[in-house]
Design a protein around this ligand. Sequence first.
Ligand SMILES: [Zn+2]
Ligand SMILES: [Zn+2]
Ligand SMILES: [Zn+2]
Length: 304
Amino acid sequence: METAGAPKSPEYDPDCYLCPGNARAGGVRNPKYDSTFVFDNDFAALHPDAPLEREVRDGLLIAESEPGNCRVVCFSPRHDLTISNMASADLRKVVDVWVAQFEELGARPEINYVQIFENRGAMMGASNPHPHGQIWAGHSLPNEIAKEQASLAAWRAERGNCMLCDYEKLERTAGERIVEENGGFLAVVPYWAVWPFETMILAKRHVTGIDGLVELEREALADILKRMTARYDRLFQVSFPYTMGFHQRPTDGKAHDEWHLHLHFYPPLLRSAAVRKFMVGYEMLATPQRDITPEAAAERLRGV
Ligand SMILES: [Zn+2]
Ligand SMILES: [Zn+2]
Ligand SMILES: [Zn+2]
């Protein structure tokens, strides 16, 4: 079996800045938390008190300030866990924290989008194996969100439907790209997948944001996250690296009924624990190429 990670982590690491009771940068000490723990990133890229400024030079260079917040969410006090091997009840608490953070940050007048995400594994630049994610909340609409916003709004204007409700229906009928399903969510390798084992998790009911999930759906979200990450781990017998995150309505005060809550998983691995896909050459200069069809990737993931 190939391994592409460090040796197994201990339950507590005295040198980890995320473990309970340990010191972080600048000497702040974490509380001895026993569930989840949220704090403002010590090296935040966004600051809430940045003044709104815009500078344009010769119509070519545009710089805009970006007031916002960067937070870290520790999923568990245990240093050695991942989403795939956390207890469902504990993952459910993480879902509640995400909802509370979305509500709190989204309510701030200067915050128009709340991005919740997780980078997992050294291959994705996650320097610390302690199970944690991040939240970046900012003033302007990030590029990926702006692109989706335009597509979702155009579809609704043309057809009067939600594009992702229609897509969820199509995928459920086709069946061949489905990886996991439960009462609240459907996980598919999207038809347009670029990363070999890219997946998308769609809310089955039309909800514009994570705050719209009812109790059973929050449980279903924890359940499908655990099952999907465990499936990924089994694929190449390795603690699977990925970037994962939510896409949902902007928090600019408008209803945004065109939005439909979903998550993306972007894992870098292609053939084994050690062989990754590189987005280089033609893909960087022209357009991405698929190494494996979405139907074949879904079949592989269903089979493990
Ligand atoms: Zn730790
Ligand atoms: Zn919808
Ligand atoms: Zn999306």
